[in-house]
Write a protein that binds this ligand. Structure first.
Ligand code: F3S
Length: 396
């Protein structure tokens, strides 16, 4: 990959250790993927924040980078392993909390905004159509490419941090128009109308076409919360970083001839595959983190009721601020359900604490099983909140 004279100097260490390390990472990435050059980015989202996943080696790397590294573009953070304020209430131990706080402090020292959410686009990091950005967090990457129309590859934590410090990313993959075209037409003939059903649709498409870019037809009405769910599951179960929905998403694409169909049966099969539990002892909504509309709905479902099962509503601190002002936080907490900012069921250290998770998120089921060894149940927001109050799954 071509480097300018100035970029060569950074690689030689003229701008300090963190900049040199970052240039090494981006140059290696560019060489591997055949990029011609580095291009400027306007926004970065960094994943790999939970101490649960980073461990001491990750913490040391970040503290070393923070000695002289400074973000030069708007940069936000993925969820951490705990709520930074209410971690004790969520049952996190003090030793873990100490290390997690050091991780976040290292990022803050580098000028990174500690948003701690997988929905940066709801927390002030909202690039515009056509902007080149460098985001990690698979659900947010799909959202940025598909719904916003920004251009990003699916970055890892270190490459995203490198982009934050240099304001650059290698020019390959989804930064190039020719790689953003749909490669398979997908006709959704099933009726899809809730967060969990859009998650199941993403599961079915992902399983059917893997990392190809689908051009989805048959979706006429879709809310932001449902798009979030689709973005999360299509990336989790297939690996694509982008999709198009006819009449909904903003990118131009050629329309492929080859078509597959996702039927009602496929959606039912997706639900069946994501269900292997019975009675939930942990309920979590907000994967990806809740929008204010979701919080409003949860507050109205729990209003005047008491939960019998440990229930976490995960969301960004930005959305919680809105929920506080609108009275939703109070209503949810009055039911005994917990508001968990900054974290989620996948990155908090929850292994061994619960047996069976109920959620409305297909991605949540995947990580609940994989990261925390839970049995899982998937249903609508109403079904999950009813289980929270009755202690029974779908009236069972
Ligand atoms: Fe977000 Fe955690 Fe789900 S990072 S997408 S809430 S697994």
């Amino acid at each position: 990959m071509f480097l300018t004279k100035e970029q060569e100097k950074i690689l030689n260490g003229d701008s300090g250790h963190a900049a040199k390390k970052s240039m090494e990472i981006l140059a290696a990435l560019g060489d591997i993927y055949g990029a011609d050059k580095l291009i400027p980015v306007t926004s970065v989202q960094v994943a790999g924040v939970s101490y649960h996943n980073l461990g001491d080696a990750g913490l040391e790397f970040l503290e070393e980078m923070a000695r002289d590294g400074k973000a030069i573009v708007k940069t936000t953070l993925n969820p951490a392993g705990m709520d930074l304020e209410d971690w004790e209430d969520l049952g996190i131990d003090a030793e873990f909390a100490k290390k997690q706080i050091r991780v976040v402090q290292a990022f803050v020292k580098m000028g990174v905004s500690p948003t701690l959410t997988c929905t940066p686009y709801l927390a002030g990091n909202d690039p515009k159509f056509g902007e080149h950005i460098a985001w990690s967090e698979s659900s947010a990457v799909v959202y940025a490419n598909s719904i916003i129309g920004a251009y990003t590859n699916r970055e890892g934590g270190p490459s995203a941090l490198s982009s934050a410090l240099l304001g650059l990313t290698p020019n390959y993959g989804l930064h190039l128009e020719e790689n953003r075209q749909a490669t398979r037409k997908v006709k959704a003939s099933a009726t899809i109308s809730s967060i969990s059903e859009f998650g199941a649709l993403g599961y079915a498409i992902g399983k059917a076409i893997g990392s190809e870019i689908p051009y989805i037809t048959g979706i006429h009405e879709v809310r932001l919360s449902e798009l979030k769910s689709l973005c999360a599951s299509i990336a989790t179960f297939g690996g694509t970083a982008m999709f198009h929905i006819e009449g909904v998403t903003p990118n131009k694409t050629t329309v492929p001839n080859e078509e597959i169909e996702i039927t009602q049966k496929d959606i039912e099969n997706a639900f069946a595959s994501l269900t292997d539990g019975k009675d939930p002892d942990f309920i979590s909504l907000g994967c990806p983190h809740c929008s204010i509309e979701e919080v409003e709905k949860i507050a109205s479902l729990l209003s005047g009721k008491k939960v019998k099962v440990e229930t976490w509503i995960t969301l960004s601190r930005a959305v919680k601020g809105q929920a506080d002002r609108l009275g939703y936080t109070k209503a949810i907490r009055a039911s005994g359900a917990k508001i968990a900012c900054d974290t989620c069921l996948a990155v908090a250290p929850l292994t061994g604490r619960f047996r069976c998770l109920a959620t409305n998120s297909a991605k949540g089921c995947y990580y609940g099983r994989g990261n925390n060894k839970f049995k899982t149940l998937i249903g609508s927001t109403e079904e999950c909140m009813s289980a929270a109050v009755t202690g029974k799954w779908k009236g069972g």
